[in-house]
Design a binder for this molecule. Structure first.
Ligand SMILES: C[S@@+](CC[C@H](N)C(=O)[O-])C[C@H]1O[C@@H](n2cnc3c(N)ncnc32)[C@H](O)[C@@H]1O
Length: 228
């Protein structure tokens, strides 16, 4: 497509180390049974992925899937879609699903953004972006996931009262997110007190990336924005 308002994930499907036998088998055998339809092939109707689900939630860039699997376990009546282009992360989530028997997760193995574009209006109740890649150099800021394009899509996709949750341990990215959300009238920041964004909510489990950041002295911000 030539009219996209974002820079596609140029790295495609990424891998850091070759998969061991079991994760490789899960990628070959389990992933096809859990994959969301290819968004490049047309609109994606999440209701058909989770017949009977009360709500649909989506996580952009789930990494090793710690948060996604936890939410799926805690919320069996919800259908969760996870998007992640990193092979080793997808394989980790598949291992968790295989071990736990979780039934309410579907996976988009690739860039989340074409999937967002293919989903219908007001189809999601929660949208998670946890520790998005910070792209610290100024000339790379246009690659950041949080952007005017992303927030307009999030506003389109979330039903009224739905939540966009963003975590970051990078002060500049936290400021960036708050600044961009302020310019998107569809969202209001729910925090009233510092504790509302500095203290982990009970329904927000720690991810591996976050644990590492905390060990290195970078506490996260937990930002919750409500769709008006
Ligand atoms: C810093 S990691 C954080 C992972 C995870 N959310 C966590 O907190 O542990 C950022 C993740 O975003 C993923 N990512 C980057 N660009 C993406 C895109 N366009 N669509 C979906 N995921 C993306 C990366 O592959 C990586 O797993």
């Amino acid at each position: 497509m030539t009219d996209r308002k974002y820079i596609p994930n140029l790295y495609g499907r990424r891998i850091d180390k070759p998969l061991r036998e079991r994760p490789a088998r899960l990628m070959a055998e389990l992933l096809p049974t859990l994959s969301a339809p290819d968004p490049e092939a047309g609109a994606v109707d999440p209701a058909t992925l989770f017949p009977g689900a009360e709500e649909i939630w989506l996580e952009v860039g789930f990494g090793g899937g710690e948060h996604l699997a936890w939410q799926a376990q805690e919320n069996p009546s919800v259908g969760l879609i996870g998007a992640e282009p990193f092979v080793n992360g997808v394989a980790k989530l598949l291992t968790k699903i295989d071990e736990s028997g979780l039934q309410n997760i579907r996976i988009h193995f690739g860039d989340a953004r074409p999937l967002l574009e293919a989903l219908p209006d007001a189809s999601l109740s929660k949208l998670f972006v946890l520790h998005p890649d910070p792209w610290p150099k100024k000339r790379h800021h246009k690659r950041r996931m949080i952007s005017p394009w992303f927030l307009a899509e999030a506003a389109r996709l979330l039903a009224p009262g739905g939540e966009l949750r963003v975590a970051s341990d990078i002060p500049d990215y936290i400021r960036w997110t708050l600044m961009h959300v302020r310019n998107e009238p569809a969202f209001e920041w729910t925090a009233q007190y510092a504790a509302d964004w500095k203290v982990r909510p009970a329904d927000w489990p720690e991810t591996r990336y976050e644990a590492k950041a905390a060990r290195e002295g970078r506490p996260p911000a937990y930002l919750i924005f409500r769709r008006r």
